[in-house]
Write a protein that binds this ligand. Structure first.
Ligand code: XMP
Length: 508
């Protein structure tokens, strides 16, 4: 068994999942209880996660120093590495900030942790502090240009540290590094499987004989979760689609089709006009999310009352919340708040329905795996995710009817051009952003001061990190020409070449 001590990293659960993926039992523990539990449960290895704090700050999370004397292999990642350094007598200072890819060069030493690693590979950094002095007994395994102590270890004590993040998919050989650590921990390998029956039994137990109302959006998460629940409670599950006009066109048709195959008729509520009225004059992204989230719940409550009037015992609100939504809305004890995703943070306090979120602890690729196991067709499973607040967070500034139409038209162009070239299925997200920045164009003979549209196309598997898609120049040209020609009010198209971290995928 491996312990992951969670110092509030966005990726603590991702570390745990990677380790579990090797078939090793993994537990996430809080720093406060870590020492006691390590003594009691005797894990074969300990990983100290990253986190948003700085070790030199007062009240930053720490751990009992004696864990380094227990002769259990330890791997510190980012903050975990800095903490180990500082507890063992090294030095950490506010350093040069570094986010995104860096090139790691391995030294000449022979290390178990360096097994099957090439001489040079790309790693992902996300830090503002830096280790400038190693504790006694530590040596450098590898360095990057900016970080001399990027990968270090004390072979005798089996304590290692990495400044980069081996758990994210964009760190090349990240899995190999974690596997090397597991191998030297001597942890027992077991087979890991997602047990659909177990998840369904839990839902059955929780819902009992009452009804559940399901928030469906046509996206992968809500589709998978709805089908999962509908397969157990049948017509006692009432899917509702709030058509607020902020979703991709024809989503309603798509939703009807899915539920038809389960003999369920979804309730479709058209609130497009009201939604735009509520968003009038609103420019702040968090405020948009709250307004959209609150409105959405209000509609649900109204539908719930209708159902209760009919004599149905509705007690649950089903949501397709997945694990990345939870962490990015500050789900773990020490993590920093990035955005309040509407299906978690924007819920009004006095909500009258109990939340049912069976996918809350799963990552996107696991949700897709569950979808496949439920027999959903690949076209549904591979659909791009779409944010709950929809186009509203892809329109910087006020969402007006005109700007929403512009966004939808540009979105349709991006999607259709990517589809024609077969690239659509290989990217995680693709969308235009109305940037609320304006620039000059000359259209015909006239000067035109129109809006700048940014195109964001990203590749990602775990959502926590992404790279911008290297699409062909000709395709960029086609998208750009079509948008400036066909979408009135647009003067210029730019391509977003920022990785995550630091930039989130959505602009708001
Ligand atoms: P970011 O922008 O946080 O996006 O890198 C990661 C994933 O989350 C989606 N996203 C949202 N989903 N409500 C949602 O349901 C939201 O408020 C929200 N904001 C971002 C985004 O589309 C991507 O898939």
């Amino acid at each position: 068994m491996i312990f992951v001590v969670d110092f509030g990293s966005q990726t603590s659960h991702l570390i745990a999942r990677r380790i579990k993926g090797f078939g090793v039992l993994t537990k996430i523990v809080n720093p406060q209880e870590a020492y006691r539990r390590i003594k009691e449960e005797k894990p074969q290895g300990i990983i100290l996660s990253g986190g948003p704090s700085s070790v030199y700050q007062k009240k930053s999370p720490t751990i009992n120093k004696e864990i380094f004397d227990l002769r259990i292999p330890i791997l510190g990642i980012c903050y975990g590495f800095q903490l180990a350094t500082s507890l063992l007598g090294g030095k950490v200072i506010p350093g040069k900030k570094e986010y995104g890819p860096a090139s790691l060069k391995m030294g000449n030493g022979k290390w178990e942790m360096g097994n099957k690693l090439p001489q040079q590979f790309t790693v992902w950094m996300s830090h503002g502090d830096e280790v400038i002095e190693l504790p006694k007994g530590f040596k450098v395994i590898g360095s990057s240009d900016g970080v001399p102590f990027a990968f270090v270890g004390n072979e005798e004590k089996k304590i290692y540290g990495v400044q980069f993040h081996p758990e994210v998919e964009h760190t090349e050989y990240g899995s190999r590094i974690l596997k090397n650590f597991i191998n030297l921990c001597d942890a027992k390998i077991q087979k890991r499987e997602i047990d659909i029956e177990k998840i369904q039994n839990k839902i059955k137990e929780e819902v009992g004989s009452s009804y559940a109302i399901g928030a469906v959006s046509g996206g992968v998460d809500s589709t998978v979760v709805a089908v999962l629940v509908a397969k157990i409670i049948g017509k006692k599950f009432i899917p509702i689609y709030v058509d607020n006009g902020l979703m991709r066109p024809k989503t309603d048709v798509y939703i009807k089709k899915i539920f038809k195959s389960l003999s369920i008729k979804p309730i479709i509520v058209n609130v497009r006009k009201e939604m735009l009225k509520l968003l009038k004059g609103v420019t702040d992204s968090e405020q948009k999310r709250k307004i959209i989230g609150n409105f959405y719940i209000r509609i649900f409550e109204k539908e719930m009352r209708k159902q209760i009037k009919k004599g149905n015992d509705v007690r649950f609100l089903l949501q397709g919340t997945i694990y990345s939504d939870v962490i990015e809305s500050q789900g773990t004890k020490h993590s920093a708040k990035i955005k309040s995703h509407h299906n978690v943070g924007g819920l009004p306090k006095k909500m009258k329905l109990k939340l049912l979120e069976p996918m809350r602890s799963f990552y996107k690729d696991e949700v897709r795996e569950i979808g496949r196991k439920l027999g959903l067709p690949e076209e549904f499973i591979n659909k791009q995710p779409f944010p709950g607040p929809g186009f509203a967070v892809r329109i910087r500034g006020e969402v007006t009817r005109k700007r929403l139409e512009m966004e939808k038209k540009a979105d349709e162009i991006v999607l259709s051009e990517l589809e024609k070239t077969g690239i659509l299925q290989n990217v995680f997200l693709s969308f235009p952003v109305l940037t609320n920045a304006f620039s000059t164009a000359v259209k015909g003979d006239g000067r035109n001061f129109g809006e700048v549209v940014a195109i964001r196309i990203v590749e990602s598997k775990d959502i926590m990190t992404s790279t911008w898609a290297r699409i062909p120049y000709d395709l960029m040209q086609k998208i750009s020409s079509r948008i400036v020609n066909e979408v009135e009010g647009v003067s210029r198209v730019v391509y977003d070449i920022t990785t995550k971290p630091p930039a989130t995928m959505e602009w708001e």
